[in-house]
Design a protein around this ligand. Sequence first.
Ligand code: AMP
Ligand code: MG
Length: 317
Amino acid sequence: MKKLKIVLSVMLSCFIFLGLYLSQTRKKEYSATEFVLDTSCSVTFYGRNAKEAADAVFAELRRLDDLMSLYKSSSEVSKINAARAGEAVSVSKDTYEVLKTALEICEKSGGAFDITLAPVTMLWGFGSKDEKIPEDKELKSAVSKTGYEKISLKDGQTVIKSEDGVKIDLGGAAKGYAGDCARKVAKSYGLTGGIIDLGGNIICFGENPKSDDKKWTIGIQIPFEPSGTYEKTVVLDEGAVVTSGIYQRYFELDEKLYHHIIDPKTGYPARRDYKSVTVVLDNSLKADCLATAAYVLDKESAKTLIEQYKGEIYYEY
Ligand code: AMP
Ligand code: MG
């Protein structure tokens, strides 16, 4: 009888200890913000290793920025941009994957999304201290150097340009890919859930401990309102909510607004009556390319394109 009592009390202690341990594990929350990928990136993670996961995620974001930045001379994008026509440039799996998916969406969007806009975007210099309205003539000459069909991929590791002077800008895709990688890294730390915000690209996974149904509610930013102002929301278990908006990068001159989403046909900012497009999809890289493409396309063509990927699309005016 005495033995049974001891066994029972040991078991009870174990259960209490396990319960306390699990509740602590679930509750542990860690948030951090860093400037990387040319934007402010934040994470909020839940789980025992939340801080370690956040540190690893920021290291991953810096690694990807080093590969895909247009402005870092040591990046793989710079290596591709400096190459001559016909030269085989070997790149990492990461850059290759971004190029492969991005080129697929360049094609499916009929060139509304075009990764070879660097000669044009560098003239405008959005977000840099050299922002300016380029001369019409120089813009025309820059547009003539663009065209995604001038880039080809080979053997899972090689990029080849068909003309000298072709330059890529992965600004419309790299943050999306970084979101997918960040989620993978975060999950490898056994978190119970988390949310990642890469300057308008939101990725969530696992359980949201702050909601009764454990789902994530993501607000769609109202353009030009203070950050965090929203009316529409998207409720998700897991996935990406990616917004391309003219309020994210722009300058004003003589009461006219010039923004960073370029119509590849003209080299000028795309003129639309909406101010942002949001795409919801599990894959953040695809959502990123599609959101930029959808901003440039008319609404009917955007709908057809997004349907092919089984995504959802929302507009803000
Ligand atoms: P996002 O914020 O994802 O819409 O990407 C916008 C960024 O992608 C710009 O800052 C440019 O670097 C680049 N970009 C602009 N217009 C386009 C376009 N039509 N297709 C592909 N990339 C673009
Ligand atoms: Mg994009």
